[in-house]
Ligand binder design. Sequence first.
Ligand SMILES: N[C@@H](CCC(=O)N[C@@H](CS)C(=O)NCC(=O)O)C(=O)O
Length: 416
Amino acid sequence: MIEESVTVEALSWSDLEALAPAAAERVEGPTNAQANLRLFGHSEADVQVTLFRDHHAWCPYCQKVWLWLELRRVPYRIRKVTMRCYGPKEPWFTALVPSGMLPALELNGRLITESDRILEALERAFGPVGAGMNDRRVRRLRELERLLFRAWCVWLCTPGLGAAQEQRARDQFQRVAAQMEEAIAGGGGYWLDPDDPSGATPGTADLVFIPYVERMNASLAYFKGFALREAHPGIDRWLTALEQLESYRGTQSDVHTHAHDLPPQMGGCWADGSDQQQRMAAAVDQGEGLGGLECRWVPSSGEVTPQARALERVLRHRQTLLARSPLGVAFDQPLRAALTMLIGGEPVMPAPGSAAALRFLRDRISVPRDMPLHSARLLRQALESTAALAGHDQPSPLPFEHRFDQDPRPFVGSGT
Ligand SMILES: N[C@@H](CCC(=O)N[C@@H](CS)C(=O)NCC(=O)O)C(=O)O
């Protein structure tokens, strides 16, 4: 029996605090979802740009603009807004943008909406990233991105596809994905950007593809058992090259987050029910992740470990996490048990009856909103293996039509 060999006690909060690193530097450090200001060595008085993006760091159109600013190193402020599927929209934002749509951007006092218009305005003010939005080849690639997007939507978001229709939708998606691979080969082998065949940095064409290719990779694995990175090595190389960039990694989400945040946004994502699909979805839901299909970067040694970063992020929100747990304050010991396991690697017995509450938290770690991908994966695994010591109880499944369970308001007070 595993239980008999579990002798390690859960550490106290003060022991855990002593093991946690300082919070990561948000303003001048690596790209991160928590910052409200990014300066790149400039002074605050130089800031001409405010980006309005979602609290969840999930909106794909916001990710495109966010990455542009990070790659171009333009200093900017960030104001975070709630997307409808997570909770009510802030009235100050609808006063500014009545449609409530994100992203929006203020440039020297002028408000701009629509991500493509925003990028064009940023290019005029600061110069393009690689070849600009209206370069001839970039324009063609932007059309290709929309074709890929449509093929993905048909496959993922059409309910009730029979086997033959599934196959047709998949074939159509793969035909367009092959065109993307040809375009990468035509751009020099790494990037789509025609301006930089040396492979040093991605350009605007790459930025336009990143958000949805990331979401395609995640959702097609989870809902269709389809390994995009194996089926399309050219796309895999492109994603792997992106993952070498700290700026991309700071905005990168993971399969778990996308699998559960896409359905309310897309009006539903439909699983094909194949054995492969069920295996991949279960690995994601139980926190194992999908290894190299999900990401191909490993945190470098010498940095704060991913476990320590996860610990620091949980400690920051500890009171809110306890208040929102189905067990309330009785979640105190099970949470410490999972964190002790995360840091020490040894199983720690949680209080009886805590399995569902541990899994409730496992299901609600959002990347990159809460912490980087590897930290989230290890924290989910620690929560799951601690839960397994307390039994099989599961929390209710995550909602499919909204994610009001992820309302950011309770967490905003503690400074995200
Ligand atoms: N065409 C727009 C699309 C923007 C868009 O669809 N934004 C979504 C989020 S991904 C939104 O703000 N929806 C309202 C909401 O969810 O609150 C653009 O490129 O900026």
